[in-house]
Design a protein around this ligand. Structure first.
Ligand SMILES: [Zn+2]
Length: 472
């Protein structure tokens, strides 16, 4: 069998691995490349297979950098099935149509420029309508339910503890066991269960986002959150990703209030996507950490008299006049779009405001400029002075850090014969490869984008695995 590394190779987005046997062809993840000036070209590039000839997609989780290429594949003739856990499918119902809208808007604004300069116009990678159409090819596969794909491939999904519904993919193919971590979560994440550990893999394909870094402790992040809230003299504006980060924050705030550590000040979740995503946590409590499941049996941790979930634009606009201490959690997480820009527009110039960052701020984003201390920023074509207090808590992360990855890989009863390190910047992947060799004696490779490897059946002679490298 052959494994092609189509994306997330020496980078962190665009996850897509093609597994080919003599008879079948499956994709593990089909994600969008994001955050580069060439993202459109990367996402629209020719693929080494025709989507019509694909036998199925196995989706680890709903994040667009893992799922966002699916509508394109369906538009080009792929007809399913797409295997995913029920919460992943529910999240995709929110995330994929939204990705379609963004594709349409991006093409529109790019074409404005192209028209002016006499260039060829772009068509959107896919539309919202095409994304909605793709949803009908999903097939629910609960955790730990072993299923057969075609004639002889067995598939089992295990909890990855990264976001709601996220999975580790275990495939039994031609006498070998392949394990794909997808994005691996943290142990003691609070909200989700710990990533499942597996006894055995012949070939391991692991992410390495934080292969060279370590996160702060959960207790430190809660202490810092408490300090920010207690010191607030006006609104605390929190740009946060709608899925997972918003719910983690709500959970931490709920606990601080319940324990009497902070006053029950008003909390506004002002993002339609975050409101929908929060409802999904309530729909799938069995996928959450045991402590939270117990909580849900009495009352949802997302229900408190002072928590307000806002969908309507009018109610959102009323928050512009807010002066007293309150928490406004809004998207997008890097302040590049969405309602957060309105809150910043109205509150950044006031000294009483606190802007609290709880997520990664990529270069060249508005969030990054504010976080780095820009004295003024441009919002809606106006220059806004930044007088607000700016605070960042870095310990929120949906990914395992370097020690988390090492511990998880170290938990295999039988070490993998070969590990492919993906989904990380090269320095992070190399740091993980080095530690795996030193601490566990593991052999690993860091595939380059487009490379393919021939995997020898592990059952015949796992010690003499041969690799064949080629450029797709
Ligand atoms: Zn993810």
């Amino acid at each position: 069998m052959r494994l092609h590394f189509l994306g997330a190779a020496q980078t962190v987005t665009g996850s897509a691995y093609l597994l080919e046997t003599n008879k079948q062809r499956f994709l593990i993840d089909a994600g969008l490349s994001q955050g580069s000036a060439h993202s459109y070209e990367l996402n629209a590039r020719a693929l080494p297979f025709h989507p019509r000839h694909l036998d199925g997609i196995i989706l680890t989780h709903a994040h667009a950098d893992h799922s966002g290429l699916i509508p394109r594949l369906v538009a080009e003739g792929f007809r399913g099935p797409i295997y995913a856990t029920p919460p992943t499918i529910d999240l995709c119902r929110i995330i994929l149509p939204d990705a379609g809208t963004i594709q349409e808007e991006d093409a529109k604004s790019e074409n404005k420029w192209r028209r002016k300069h006499g260039k060829n116009l772009l068509t959107p990678l896919y539309t919202k309508q095409q994304a909605e159409h793709a949803l009908k090819y999903f097939e629910r596969l609960p955790y730990l339910k072993r299923t057969t794909l075609g004639r002889n491939i067995r598939l089992t999904l295990h909890d990855a503890g990264h976001i709601l519904g996220s999975s580790i993919v275990e495939l039994e193919v031609e006498g070998s066991r392949l394990v794909f971590t997808g994005d691996l979560g943290n142990v003691n994440n609070q909200l989700l269960r710990n990533p499942a550990t597996l006894p055995h893999a012949d070939y391991l394909i692991t992410e390495s986002t934080y292969g060279n870094r370590s996160h702060g402790r959960v207790s430190d992040r809660v202490a810092k959150l408490k300090e920010v809230v207690l010191n607030a003299r006006g609104p605390v504006i929190v740009p946060a990703f709608a899925v997972e980060r918003t719910q983690e924050l709500l959970f931490d705030l709920h606990r601080l209030i319940a324990q009497g550590e902070i006053p029950p000040l008003p909390i506004y979740v002002d993002s339609p996507m975050a409101v929908s995503a929060t409802a999904l946590f309530e729909k799938h409590p069995n996928c959450l950490a045991p402590e939270i499941q117990a909580m849900f049996r009495t009352r949802s941790p997302f229900e408190m008299p002072n928590m307000h979930f806002i969908r309507e634009a009018e109610a959102s606009a009323r928050l512009n006049k807010l002066n007293e201490p309150a928490i406004i959690i809004s998207a997008s997480g890097m302040c590049e779009g969405g309602r957060i820009r309105h809150h910043l527009y109205h509150h950044l110039s006031q000294e009483e405001t606190t802007v609290l960052f709880v997520g990664y701020q990529a270069e060249r984003t508005l969030g990054r400029r504010i976080r780095d201390g820009a004295p003024q920023v441009t919002l809606f074509n106006e220059t806004i002075p930044v007088r607000a207090k700016v605070v960042a808590i870095d310990a929120y992360s949906a990914h395992a850090d370097a020690n988390g990855l090492m511990d998880w890989i170290g938990a295999f009863e039988e070490a993998p014969a070969l590990t492919f390190i993906t989904h990380g910047e090269l320095a992070a992947s190399e740091a993980l490869a080095e530690r795996l060799a030193e601490e566990h004696g593991l052999i690993s490779v860091i595939p380059a984008p487009g490379e393919a490897y021939e995997l020898m059946p592990a059952s015949s002679s796992p010690s003499t695995l041969r690799l064949r490298e080629e450029t797709a």
